[in-house]
Design a protein. Structure first.
Length: 228
């Protein structure tokens, strides 16, 4: 985490309105809403998804501590997605009326927000590549590796090869554009190959390097993430 100056910390305190607690399955942002609130994830993991009128949905990202929620609302746009707590979560709430002032008078914090937005765009590029070009086995291996890497980077992984998180096979299918049956078969195949053990409430990657190579996932050394 990038360390803030004392002046930045004092400003963040004036920008902060409070905190909210979300239980697993609780909605933080609802697609189409015009709620103008910016959050920082302090604890927990959330999913971000878009829904079609017939109820089908596409999970577009998983959000970890340090990620921003509701940035679109700062630009007076309705939310294009829903954000839901996958694990019990704690979020910091910021006053949208001060957002412009932050950008103008706190350029370093404004840079941090831009950096976070750029990193999410990079993650979305990887997700698009997974959907468009990776095979089913590569997609599931990629998702397991990406989630584990994010968990390690945010100190949420209990071990270097294991993340305890209740992601269902339906959620995996909704993220990767696979049928539920295909997802189930693919998970079993990856387990037989010794690449990923994806069980109820837990993801284990016994050999991270082998799984990274199989998924053709480019690992990059992350600099300290800003935390607003």
């Amino acid at each position: 985490m990038r360390k803030h100056s004392q002046q930045e910390l004092e400003y963040i305190d004036t920008f902060k309105k409070g905190e909210v607690i979300a239980d697993r399955g609780e909605t933080i942002v609802r697609q189409g809403s015009e709620r103008k609130t910016l959050y920082t994830v302090l604890e927990g993991i959330l999913i971000r998804y878009r829904s079609l009128e017939d109820g089908r949905r596409q999970i577009v990202n998983f959000m970890f501590p340090g990620d921003l929620v509701g940035l679109q609302g700062m630009f007076d746009e309705p939310a294009s997605h829903t954000v839901e707590a996958l694990l019990p979560a704690r979020l910091c709430v910021f006053d949208h009326n001060q957002f412009f002032d932050l950008i103008v008078n706190q350029p370093r914090l404004g840079y941090d927000i831009t950096w976070l937005g750029a990193k999410e765009e990079t993650a979305l590029e990887e997700h698009i590549v997974a959907l468009g070009r990776r095979s089913a086995k590569e997609r599931v291996a990629y998702l397991a590796v990406w989630l584990l890497e994010r968990a390690i980077g945010t100190c949420m992984a209990e071990h270097e090869d294991t993340l305890k998180v209740p992601i269902t096979q339906t959620q995996i299918a909704d993220m990767l554009g696979l049928s539920l049956v295909h997802t189930n078969r693919t998970i079993k195949a990856l387990e037989r190959d010794g690449l990923v053990n994806w069980r109820q409430g837990e993801i284990q990657v016994p050999n991270l390097d082998a799984a990274v190579d199989f998924a053709q996932f480019e690992r990059t050394k992350m600099p300290p993430r800003p935390f607003i």
